[in-house]
Design a protein around this ligand. Sequence first.
Ligand SMILES: [Mn+2]
Length: 317
Amino acid sequence: MEKNVKIFTEKLRDAKSIVIMAHKNPDGDALCCVLALSRLIEKNYGTKCVCVYDGNVPDYLDNIPLRRHAHCWNKINPDEKFDMAILLDYGAEHQVGGPLAFVKNAGFVVEIDHHKNDNPIANLCLDDDTADATAVVLYRIMRIAGWRDDLDVRDLLSVAILTDTGNFKFAHCGESLSVMAGLVDGGVNIHRLVELMNNKPRKAVLVEATAAANADFFYHNRLAVATINRHDYRNMDGRGEMVLNILGQIKGVEYIVLLKEQKENQIGISIRSRGAAIDGIATSFGGGGHERAAGAVVRGDTLENVRSKIINAFKGM
Ligand SMILES: [Mn+2]
């Protein structure tokens, strides 16, 4: 890591134009890391970065610091050539979406990620798939590089860690806790940040609550499957973490699946596990992710078909 951070900082010193991005439909870790790194680069190297995203930013992230610095990628000239493109929390090439064009045109590509990825697309990889959040890796880089930060950066890294660990319910390593301790010592108020994220539209919360209430159970109640149809999907805010969290609290439930009919014949799948690894199942549907939190998007198939296929995929687990 030290050696790669050194290469990264040397490249940052030379880069005159930088674009930063994460996965499509960014979550807290994705968007907050983009904004935090952009501020860190500006503060330590004087370069103003362009922050882009594809898809929708959920309402619960409306009030995070520097939010207005993130732009939908199609607001930027598609032929723009950047000296450096930085991919954060992106998972795999196909999850970047529109801004991938900037990566292809960039002089040098850096990635900072905590997803398992067998085909990294960067010239320089600062990845660690054991980290609870990309923000944990970014914090490590910030410390190794000796960068100056500020409260906005510390707030953003905190929101990233809180969202990716579900307020530490899914924390696996002590590092995310010790990083958070450092951030709190640096002035972060966790309660204030959690309150700032309690910003979902009422309809969105009710859609998730209803999906959880109407879930079906299979294999001696070890698998819970919830469904959100096309009509209700339009009112969602984020990926439906609340549905997954509610069902995961049930005694005996080991696997939780949420199916989202994003549009006709396009089904989003989110899978969580309290037991065996399920990223293989997500991969078999064309997706990926982490061992116990993964997902996929299936195109060209109906909600009913995908539902029976995914239930089948858990046979024998
Ligand atoms: Mn993440």
